[in-house]
Design a protein around this ligand. Structure first.
Ligand SMILES: CC(C)(COP(=O)(O)OP(=O)(O)OC[C@H]1O[C@@H](n2cnc3c(N)ncnc32)[C@H](O)[C@@H]1OP(=O)(O)O)[C@@H](O)C(=O)NCCC(=O)NCCS
Length: 170
């Protein structure tokens, strides 16, 4: 069985060479709202500057052995709420249960170690794998906002809905 792990890391220690490849990959980014900002990035500084918006966040690397395959983050902390994000950049690892398991682990960390009461996220209406993974981890849909975002799917820009989901600590 595939062994993977989660390690909390500082934003400064991230492997921005890999991250630059991932955030400019049209397939990896097909449902990710911020692709419209990153698709033309060419330098590590652009990637670093973009992520520095989230400098108050808590970041985790997702590893298979010592190989970084993606990241997850908790950010935008306010009144015991925060935002969850996940990105598996190495596509051969999609669909093997890693996203669901990491979502559960990071949310458990938020509830137990950071005393968060409610975690929210937004995703694209067409991102069915993401929605399934979040639902299995404990998130529920709070709102569907039609025509709210632009995604790059099959080589063209499309308008899609935003699904807002929340995971409330019991
Ligand atoms: C979205 C993402 C985190 C999901 O992680 P993952 O490890 O691939 O997902 P999992 O294997 O845990 O589970 C996904 C579920 O969705 C299902 N799924 C996968 N692709 C699907 C598709 N195209 N349509 C419907 N369901 C799909 C899987 O079968 C699985 O359900 P199951 O366990 O009932 O079989 C990951 O694919 C990813 O990082 N993608 C790129 C970046 C991204 O989209 N990030 C999220 C932005 S909000």
């Amino acid at each position: 069985m595939l062994q993977y792990s989660l390690r909390q890391i500082d934003l400064d220690s991230f492997d921005f060479e890999k991250i630059l490849i991932w955030i400019t990959d049209p397939e990896a980014m097909q449902f990710v709202g911020f692709y419209k900002h990153t698709h033309q990035f060419t330098t590590l500084d652009q990637a670093r500057d973009f992520f520095s918006q989230l400098k108050d966040g808590v970041f985790f690397g997702i590893y298979v052995e010592d190989n970084l395959i993606g990241w997850s983050a908790l950010s935008r902390f306010e009144n015991q709420t925060c935002e969850f994000g996940i990105f598996i950049g190495e596509k051969e690892y999609w669909g093997q249960g890693i996203g669901t398991s990491i979502t559960k682990q990071v949310c458990r960390h938020a509830f137990k170690k950071l005393n968060i009461k409610k975690i929210f996220l937004t995703t694209a209406g067409k991102n069915l794998a993401g929605q399934k993974c979040y639902t299995k981890a404990g998130f529920q849909v709070e709102a569907v906002i039609p025509g709210d975002r632009t995604i790059f799917l099959n080589g063209a820009w499309h308008t899609d809905s935003t699904i807002r989901m929340a995971f409330v600590r019991l």
